[in-house]
Design a protein around this ligand. Structure first.
Ligand SMILES: C[S@@+](CC[C@H](N)C(=O)[O-])C[C@H]1O[C@@H](n2cnc3c(N)ncnc32)[C@H](O)[C@@H]1O
Length: 293
């Protein structure tokens, strides 16, 4: 039997995983099924407590984490942070920050997680200024704009020893994008994320357990908070962007892009006009090497 709706499921652990898979699709989830499964599994064993997520989008990863914790019967509170807009945010395709927040909140309700999830609309710095970050963080998920140095500088002292730290976009790929106003841009988010993870692992601030697709499943390393060393490592990582190697495929795509900018623009217009359910977790956009930030 093929299960298509959440109502067909009961809340057993298997049921919750299936429910999660359906809900992340309807929440326009941008990650792959394997990654959502791995998030669910990580939350199932983390033991409960405070989860912090930066980069909610419409709540797909939030739901995978929340239902994973629910499957284990552990109490997890999730504070999830997103600007829900900004020049290069994919959320612009879905409307204003208010409209995007409403979509995310509706998705939390559909997952019956509304009493466990709090959405903060803004950046992590805004959260820090407005009310401070949680005193203790038991699981951290980073999937915002690739500036994980900023997020770790703010949150590192609050993260519990050995706590899972999951960071998306850890490959070296370069993407092309176009804002709704027609500004073409190169997206180096994956590249800087990969470089920052590498240097924080070298410094033992992070320990990398495994990667699933382009998501790194790490843990907090044994190093004490050392903002100076973290900042030095960060600067070196950004310096590496000055000369950026590109794979043959990317180089061909750049050349192709120059010659066929008009066609790409048309493709982008079609992509924007395509209902999100047809995009199937962004895989079309990914294949086209289009932006996913
Ligand atoms: C790739 S999406 C997150 C996808 C989501 N985790 C999922 O499973 O579908 C990145 C999100 O980060 C948000 N974002 C970008 N920069 C941010 C920042 N500095 N602070 C908070 N959120 C940010 C964007 O608005 C966007 O919604």
């Amino acid at each position: 039997m093929r299960i298509e709706t959440v109502n067909e499921l009961n809340d057993t652990s298997v049921g919750l995983r299936e429910k999660m898979r359906i809900l992340v699709r309807t929440a326009n989830g941008m990650l792959s099924r394997e990654v959502y499964d791995a998030l669910f599994d990580t939350a199932k064993v983390f033991g409960g407590g405070q989860i912090v997520e930066v980069g909610t989008a419409h709540g797909a990863a939030t739901i995978a984490l929340g239902l994973g914790a629910a499957a284990a019967g552990t109490a997890a509170d999730i504070l999830t942070v997103d600007k829900m807009g900004g020049e290069f945010s994919t959320r612009r395709r879905y409307g204003t920050p208010e409209q995007n927040s409403e979509i995310a909140l509706r998705n939390f309700q559909a997952a019956k997680l509304e009493s466990r999830v709090e959405l903060f609309v803004g950046g992590l710095e805004d959260l820090e200024l407005a009310r401070g970050v949680p005193e203790s963080i038991d699981l951290l998920m980073l999937d915002a704009d690739g500036r994980i140095d900023r997020d770790l500088l703010i949150l590192y002292p609050k993260i519990a020893a050995d706590a899972p730290i999951i960071i998306d976009d850890c490959d070296e790929n370069v993407f092309f994008g176009e804002t709704p106003e027609g500004t073409l841009y190169l997206d180096l988010k994956h590249s800087i994320t990969a470089k920052l993870i590498r240097t924080f692992c070298d410094g033992q601030f992070l320990l990398l357990d495994r990667t699933v697709k382009d998501t790194a499943f790490c843990r907090k390393g044994p190093r004490k908070y050392d903002p100076e060393e973290m900042a030095e490592r960060t600067l070196e990582a950004y310096r590496e962007l000055v000369f950026h190697s590109v794979g043959g495929q990317e180089w061909d795509a750049i050349q192709d892009f120059r010659g066929r900018a008009g066609e790409y623009r048309l493709a982008m217009r079609l992509l924007r006009a395509t209902p999100s359910w047809m995009l199937r977790t962004g895989s079309i956009a990914k294949k086209m090497h289009l932006i996913r930030a």
